[in-house]
Design a protein around this ligand. Structure first.
Ligand code: 2AM
Ligand code: CA
Length: 264
């Protein structure tokens, strides 16, 4: 299955590279305020689903751009055909393809493919996380005071901005620096690779997060919602890190968002 997932990611990556820097403005659509889409997202999604379905015709699919297919199968693929769409459409080379698989509701496989840098991050439950042929491990930083943290801004949930900024202030004053790449799958893959030590974001969707979760767990890291719970795939409050950094981040975020649990 990982071989098929890789093949699907490579096919999608090829489509993304082929059109990168070349999307005319009139071909860019708005899904909602601040949320964009082009034919590339859709072509990439089609390529991924076709590749997987040709081998596994009965599996279920949950995909960002409308390609979801429900079936009785215990296998469900969770797909973001282009994570970091705004970067992509602006010519910023920070975007990825994200493909995960659940078996009986548990995430067991994840691939994040960055075609610009030819980085294929992959993980399978119990088999470790890998970048190309190198085994990945989250960083060994002992806490926030030694850490480089990544985040995303709540651009579609600005009602949370006061709480977000309070958390930002506390984390920013305690850590070494904060980065904002604009593609959650890249943030999570880079965390699994030890490039970032922690990450948090509000408002993410399951396809932004699913593959990254497998990578981070298999690289020895932790991922949860702001209250250290398992609901992160669907409840839109995501925090991750090596275990020391994850614990400090959940303390800060759990406190500032206390009144908003189950509210997003
Ligand atoms: P996308 O490019 O697949 O839409 C940017 O902060 C990152 O967050 C991207 O990975 C983007 O995914 C994702 N994202 C999607 N919807 C979001 C939302 N409502 N709030 C915050 N981030 C979102
Ligand atoms: Ca997307």
């Amino acid at each position: 299955m990982i071989a098929i997932a890789k093949q699907a990611a490579l096919a999608a990556g090829e489509i993304l590279l082929q059109h990168f820097g070349n999307i005319p403005d009139e071909m860019i659509r708005r899904k909602s305020q601040n949320d964009f889409l082009s034919f590339v997202d859709e072509e990439s999604e089609r390529a991924i689903i076709e590749t997987i379905r040709s081998r596994y015709p009965r599996h279920s699919f949950l995909a960002e751009e409308g390609g979801s297919i429900e079936s009785e199968s215990p296998y469900r693929w969770i797909i973001d055909p282009l994570d970091g769409t705004k970067n992509y459409l602006s010519g910023i080379p920070v975007f990825a393809v994200s493909i995960a698989m659940e078996y009986e509701g548990k995430l067991v496989l994840g691939i994040i493919y960055d075609p610009v840098h030819n980085e294929m991050f992959r993980a399978e439950q119990g088999k470790g996380a890998w970048l190309n042929n190198v085994r990945l491990q989250v960083s060994a930083k002992s806490g926030l005071q030694e850490s480089l943290i990544a985040t995303g801004f709540p651009f579609k949930a600005k009602q949370f901005l006061p709480q977000y900024l309070k958390s930002f202030e506390e984390i920013f004053t305690r850590c070494i620096g904060i980065r904002r790449a604009g593609a959650a799958a890249i943030d999570l893959a880079w965390l699994a690779a030890g490039r970032f030590d922690g990450f948090w974001e509000l408002g993410l969707q399951p396809w932004d997060v699913a593959a990254g979760a497998v990578l981070i767990r298999e690289a020895g890291g932790k991922i949860s919602d702001f209250w250290d719970g398992e609901g992160f795939l669907f409840n839109h409050y995501l925090v991750a890190g090596n275990s020391a950094v994850h614990e400090e981040l959940t303390d800060v975020l759990g406190k500032h968002f206390k009144a908003f649990q189950n509210v997003y």
